[in-house]
Design a protein around this ligand. Sequence first.
Ligand SMILES: [Zn+2]
Length: 143
Amino acid sequence: MRWKISIEGSDEITRGHRFEFEIERSLDDLAAGSLGLSIDEGKAIMASLQRHIVEQQCALYVLFRRHCQGCGGTRPIKDYSTRTIQTVYGAVTVESPRLYPCRRCMPGVDFTITPVSELCPDRATADPHCACRTSCCHAALAR
Ligand SMILES: [Zn+2]
């Protein structure tokens, strides 16, 4: 027995996103008492869903920040790094480019901004119902 689960998302800029995952059980599994999802399977599904959502949200925010509000141009990318964000469903590592200011509006200025850092400066998402009591959640809740 196999279940294919599809998740589709859309946003204001990109064409949309889709990911799929499958859950499979044999008749032997069922006969052995494996009915429904285990806690570990549920956690794995939520971790995968969280990873996809956070990655897409960060990518969308980077696209938004690359757009110059002054002239409509595109801010150049200086370089890429990654940023790991703690969430209630596990750590998610996302691509995190640094952007120069718009060359037309601010020629010769070399400071950079990092949109993903703006989005999540303490590297953690906030969940008011999280009871893990870790420093990442406390930092997020203190915002
Ligand atoms: Zn500009």
